[in-house]
Every structure is written in structure tokens, then in C-alpha cells.
Write a protein that binds this ligand. Sequence first.
Ligand code: NI
Length: 254
Amino acid sequence: MLIDSHAHIQDPQLRPDLEGVLERAHQARVGAIVCPGYDLQSSSAAIEIADQHPQVVAAVGIHPNYLEDWRPDSLVQLADWAQHPRVVALGEMGLDYVNGPRDKKLQQEVFIRQLELAGKAGLPAIIHNRESHADVLKIVREVGPLPRGGVMHCYSGSAELAAEFIDLGYYISFAGPVTFKNARRLSQVAAAISPEWLLCETDSPYLSPEPFRGRRNEPARVVFVAERLAQLQNYPPEELASVMTANAKKLFGI
Ligand code: NI
């Protein structure tokens, strides 16, 4: 069994086919799916799906690329949702210096407020980091280890940086890019992470693993990410799958 620790199945590319998506995940032995929001509407949709499907749990948060949705009272709404029994994490949140708004101060402010909320709500944080490694590390350090930790989703940094995040209580999660043929550096990083801090995800509908690169992604394909990680870690696939499943269960309390 596997857990897809990050899949936006509420996305308009997947939701119309939700029953098919969930059925194929079930056939692929994906036992649970963590569905993070990226703005208020998608966070609410994540809760709605989790309410209707026992194998889906939700996370609520505002992604740095969706800050036009940010209002001072957004945090009140997130805090309210954090109490919901199907919400297992805050996120996704973080910094994106490629596609996020130019206003880095705003990105950082919204990230810090959500990290602090995760701490207060007693939930783990799901963190997005694109070309913003130094600032994400600085903020995560300044806010300090969260009672329930968190995860660096779709990890793209160095092994040294990963060690810093692990020290602060963050799991390291890999998605489709680790299966790409030209991903030499990322493969070396994935091979170096201690299995007890490793998670796998699809980031559906994005980043389909090989051999589906470039096509719409869905949770059933987390199997290809997990197999690649087992190969890199030199671990029997079944064994690494059960370690990663135990990690996800522990982190998200599922
Ligand atoms: Ni995502």
C-alpha cells in the first residue's frame, strides 16, 4: 500500500473525473490521498471531497502563486477550517520566486502567518519552495520546529539543505521529477535521504512521472515515484513503500 502525500484532486482537470481517479488509485493500491488546497476555494473543495471519501484527507492553505486571494481575514477562515476533523495539515504554503508575485515581502508575510497558524492549530505544515531555498530555510528556522512538524513537498534542493529541514522536523517528499531521465542531481539527493524522513507524492494534476511525463497526473501514478525511490535507495520496493506509508501516517495522523 502507498499514500499519495500531495494530490490536488479538487483541481478542475481532475474533479469532473473524480470517481475514476479514485477508482484507479484504489486499483493501484493507493490507500490514502492527502489533498491540499492552494486558495480558499480549493481548500473548501478539499474538505468537501474528504467529507465524502474516507480515503481522502484535506489540507487548507494559500499557495504563494494564489496570493490575489489573500485577505486579512483569510487567516480566520483557515483557522476555522483547521478545526475540521477531515483537515490533517495546513498548506500548501511557502515561497515561489519563479511564478509567485514579485512582492517577496508579501509572500513571506503570508507564509509566516500560515506557519504560525499550523503551530497554534497543532497541525503539520505542507511547504512549497521554488527557487527560494535560502528564504524558506530562514523562515522555517525563525518560526522554529512545529509541534507536529511538516513536509517539504516536491523537494528540489540539495542534500545539505534537506538535512537542515530534517533537523527542524520536516519530511522530504519527492514527486514525478525524480523519475525524469535527466534528473541526475535530484536522484542523488533522493538517494541520500534517510528512509525514515522520506515521503512520495504525485502533485497531481502536475508533474506526471515517467513514462507519462507531460500528461495529466493522478494519484494512481504515485507507484512510479515510489518505485524510482526504492531503486535509488537500493531498497526492496515493498519495504520502502511500507516505510513511506508509516511516515505519512505518522505525519498526518491518519
Ligand atoms: Ni501542490
